[in-house]
Design a binder for this molecule. Sequence first.
Ligand code: AMP
Ligand code: MG
Length: 319
Amino acid sequence: MLLPETPESLSKAAAMLRSGQLVAFATETVYGLGADAGNGTAVAGIYAAKGRPSFNPLIAHFADTDSAFSAVQADARAHVLAKAFWPGPLTLVLQRAPDCAISTLASAGLPTQAVRVPRVSDGFRAVLRQFPGGIVAPSANPSGHLSPTTAQHVHSGLGEAVGLIVDGGPCSAGLESAVVDLSTPAPRLLRHGALAQSVIEAVLQEPLTIDVDPAVKASPGQMTQHYAPRTPLRLHAAGATANQAALVFHDPTGFEQACALEILSPGQSDVEAAANLFSALHRLDAAGARSIVVGDMNAEGLGAAINDRLTRAAAGRED
Ligand code: AMP
Ligand code: MG
């Protein structure tokens, strides 16, 4: 459903987000495909709608700096950049706060979270204010397609996969946000964007290390770093012994002996399984098992992305 931005469509947007549906909205960079950051199933719905082949971490959007920094551990550098550029096209990657309520799927299991206060209409900022825990949103386009800068682009790309598209007019920047990683001692530029490197460096008063993923050119928004469990992981297991931890899609038969068992989706839903994947892996990793054995996953829908993630974890390498 595509609606012009009015008080009615904005309150509909807030209600739909609250009930776990996806809402596309205009920011100064590109249109975002938003979901309630604390709702893992809604976040999984983003990957399903975009047809993303793997789980790239998502940027969480906030009404103001205070809410953004309640989700992460912001240092002095983060405060300086936020004061200079928010609301605006700058995304900061920071360590998640210990009590961060953002779905672990949104950060692809990483200990870091990308946050931003976007320039949006006053109306949509009021919607964001109703979600102090954040709205996670990647660009509102099918994976591998161009980023959308009008509501029409979103509609022709994603159509009915989006509950509601709020037409806030064309995006003013039309280019993604610059992504700066402050989770390490030396600040790194992870993505060039609508805010120039030199402008960021002038405020930061230190140079940015450039760490733009070469894969970004071929496939915008892809990133290389992913959470990998420390415990060895083996796929296509038929059962588990007592010193093994086990991950199954829905059927625990054969895995009853495992010292820890996670069932991704008792209801056999790919969306529910994706929502649970990273928190389940973290728990299994912490179980003190000799290895983690994984039963076969359903391959439909988000199953491909789940298998992609597990295959990389089994290979024990960062992709
Ligand atoms: P998009 O999904 O199109 O908005 O792109 C989001 C960008 O932010 C991608 O380039 C991601 O790689 C990057 N990003 C998001 N979260 C993180 C994170 N925790 N660590 C590093 N990069 C991130
Ligand atoms: Mg994108």
